[in-house]
Every structure is written in C-alpha cells, then in structure tokens.
Design a protein. Structure first.
Length: 98
C-alpha cells in the first residue's frame, strides 16, 4: 500500500450556508494498480459556521487549490478540524492527487 499526502488551500462549499476558504490535508491510499482499492480521507479547517453546516448536512464539496471539485462525506468536527472522506462516486477522480 502506498500513501500520498496532499495539502492545499481551497473552498468548502455547503448547500445551506454557502462557502468559505478552507485549508486541507488529504491522505490518498492506494493498494496496487486497482483504482477501486483506493481511498482518500483528510481533515480541513474553514470558517466555523461553514464547518458546522457541513457537519450537520454530512456532505459538502471541497474545491481544491487547482479549481477541481470533489464530493466529501463529513465525519467528526474536532479541535483539529473537520474530518472527511472523499465520496465513493468521486474515487474516479482520485488520480488527480497522484
């Protein structure tokens, strides 16, 4: 298994609150050449109101530093930031991190 860490600044977008700037760190794990065996999760920080709205909705969109968007499922909100995983339907885009 290989892991790649991607850090950047982008935007966190939610349906209800709007959007705010966000800093993110994504860990991409790949088990061999099979893209289906790939996973990506991370943590981000953004304006508190936007993170709370995303946590409530449990879904959001993360716009990466290069302008590309990925759907994310939201996990816990802690002092470190908002945990997330890249949605399964976004895994086809996982190569953008490698």
């Amino acid at each position: 298994m290989t892991a790649t860490i991607v850090k950047g600044d982008g935007w966190l977008r939610t349906l209800g609150f709007g959007s705010s700037t966000a800093s993110y760190e994504i860990t991409v794990r790949r088990s061999g050449a099979d893209e289906a065996a790939s996973s990506a999760d991370g943590v981000l920080t953004a304006e508190v109101g936007t993170m709370v709205e995303a946590r409530h909705a449990r879904r959001a969109v993360l716009v990466l530093e290069d302008g590309r968007s990925v759907g994310i499922d939201i996990g816990d909100l802690t002092a470190s930031g908002l945990a997330f995983t890249i949605r399964a339907d976004s895994h086809r885009s996982i190569d953008i991190f490698l």
